[in-house]
Structure formats: structure tokens, C-alpha cells
Design a protein around this ligand. Structure first.
Ligand SMILES: [Zn+2]
Ligand SMILES: [Zn+2]
Length: 129
């Protein structure tokens, strides 16, 4: 029996991510590169960030800035109506999915679903670096 179900968007059944964009100030971006010990990164390259949490109605937005070690990353968070005011280093979410490569790109104890459970239209099928 032929199926008529079209597969346009592979993750359309998943909850969307928040995606709220923000811009880090130059000093904050510089702070993040220092936390990462990555003076080779131009702060301009990491200033445009967006909240990758599952879409949420309350609480702060969180955006990944740069990896600092194998198990920690620099994040920025901001409340609605305000831009990022700080950069913080958080442990990476240690939870992995049932399949290979289903690692979570959020911080530990984040709200909402894990990376492989949400629909991120900005980053469809690209492998993590
Ligand atoms: Zn958000
Ligand atoms: Zn997670």
C-alpha cells in the first residue's frame, strides 16, 4: 500500500526551539574567548547568538557562546526585554539520546527537551564540529 505521507520537514513533529536572537557586547564576547583560552577567535565571530532551548514562555534565554573545555561551555543568558549582561561557564548536558550522535548541545539541568528532541530549523542535519 502506497503511503501518501510527504516527508518535507524531517523534524516537523518535534517541538520548536526558542531561537530568540541576541548580540553579545564586545567585552562579553572577549570574556568568553578568555574563558575558552581561545585568543584566536575574533569576538565578532561569536557575538551573534540565539537561545537554543525548547520554546519557552517564562524564564531566561540561554545561548551557547563557545566551548571552553571538553565538558564545559561558555553561555550567556538574558531576561526578556534585556540583552545579555554576563557570560558564564556551565557543564555540558551529559544526557545522550538513544541513537548514535544524539548528544545534547545544552548545558546541564537545562529546561525543556534535549537537542535531538527539538526541531532546530537553523541547524538541520549538520554534524557538530
Ligand atoms: Zn529562549
Ligand atoms: Zn540536554
Amino acid at each position: 500500500m502506497a503511503s501518501t505521507t510527504a516527508t518535507q520537514h524531517p523534524h516537523a513533529d518535534r517541538p520548536p526551539i526558542c531561537g530568540e536572537p541576541a548580540t553579545l557586547s564586545n567585552p562579553l564576547a572577549l570574556t568568553a574567548t578568555r574563558y575558552a583560552n581561545r585568543q584566536d577567535i575574533d569576538p565578532i565571530e561569536i557575538q551573534d547568538v540565539r537561545c537554543t532551548l525548547q520554546a519557552h514562555r517564562t524564564g531566561d534565554h540561554y545561548a551557547f557562546v563557545v566551548g571552553t573545555t571538553a565538558t564545559t561551555s561558555a553561555w550567556t543568558r538574558w531576561s526578556r526585554g534585556a540583552g545579555p549582561q554576563s557570560v558564564l561557564v556551565l557543564p555540558n548536558c551529559p544526557i545522550t539520546g538513544p541513537g548514535q550522535d544524539e548528544t545534547c548541545s545544552e548545558y546541564e539541568f537545562h529546561h525543556g527537551a534535549h537537542t535531538w528532541q527539538v526541531d532546530d530549523p537553523w541547524n538541520p542535519e549538520e554534524p557538530a564540529q
